[in-house]
Ligand binder design. Structure first.
Ligand code: 8X3
Length: 260
């Protein structure tokens, strides 16, 4: 089998773009998400894409795991159920995560807070716990955690989302401290404004409000972030890309965007 990568949140946005970029590299993929139909569709597309692209090389394989990262038992049993040929995961992309709601702390909805902390922090930990011990045993691996500019700069109305991403920053550092000695690389990726379903989820389906986030400038695409992830995972063995912040050229800081 070719190199194996497990990607959470693979059914859309940065996860999906990373799946495509990795398939082009010939990696075999464990595509994880909550929407099985989307994962099936993605698998079909990737099979077609790789059969067209890889004439001589070994064709990568694809499999799917359907779970919500917030459900600890589901995470353990899904990843634990992988057949032997899929167990030796080389690369873990902790991408699943979302923002829910945009409000000052006094008006925040605790259900939204639970979704963000449970998904962005606990979920990342559950998946990591299911994958890291095997990497330690094999003495190799690469973990890529999707943080955000929001993990480095807190902004108004986003306290809990920013806190959840600040936790991801700390976990990336902590993982690197614990795992470097076991031959495992850890990369923290902190994107700024990327046009995906992110704002639709944050604003709970308010399409006009979501569109306004990306008005008057050229935002990043999911593919831009996938490119940086490829850069990190294809770096030479002696190089760790520890932490990358990627902003749109019109974005100077989390909430400073120069719009036309
Ligand atoms: C997404 C980027 O700036 O909307 O994490 O928080 S931002």
């Amino acid at each position: 089998m070719t190199r194996i990568a497990l990607i959470t949140g693979a059914s859309s946005g940065i996860g999906l773009a990373t799946a495509e970029a990795f398939a082009d590299l010939g990696y075999s993929l464990i595509l994880c998400g909550r929407r099985q139909e989307r994962l099936d569709e993605l698998t079909q597309n990737l099979r077609q894409r790789t059969s067209e692209n890889s004439a001589d090389e070994e064709t990568p394989s694809f499999t799917t795991l359907n779970f919500d990262v917030r459900d600890r038992n589901a995470v353990e049993s899904a990843i634990g159920s992988l057949p032997d040929e899929w167990k030796a995961i080389d690369i873990l992309i902790n991408n699943a995560g979302n923002a829910y709601g945009f409000a000052p702390i006094q008006d925040g909805d605790p259900d939204d807070w639970d979704l963000m902390i449970d998904g962005n922090v606990q979920g990342l930990l559950y998946v990591s716990k299911a994958v890291i011990p095997g990497m330690v045993e094999r003495k190799r691996g690469h973990i890529v955690n999707l943080s955000s500019i929001a993990g480095k700069q807190t902004y108004a109305n986003g306290a809990v989302y920013c806190a959840s991403k600040a936790a991801v920053e700390a976990l990336s550092e902590g993982m690197r401290l614990d795992l470097t000695q076991h031959g495992i690389k850890v990369t923290n990726i902190a994107p700024g404004a990327v046009e995906t379903e992110f704002s639709m989820v944050r604003f709970k389906g308010d399409a006009d409000r979501a569109a306004k986030v990306y008005e008057g400038f050229t935002p990043l695409t999911a593919e831009d972030i996938a490119d940086t992830i490829v850069y990190a995972v294809t770096a030479p063995a002696h190089v760790t890309i520890a932490d990358l912040t990627i902003l749109a050229s019109a974005q100077a800081a989390a909430t400073t965007i120069h719009r036309k």
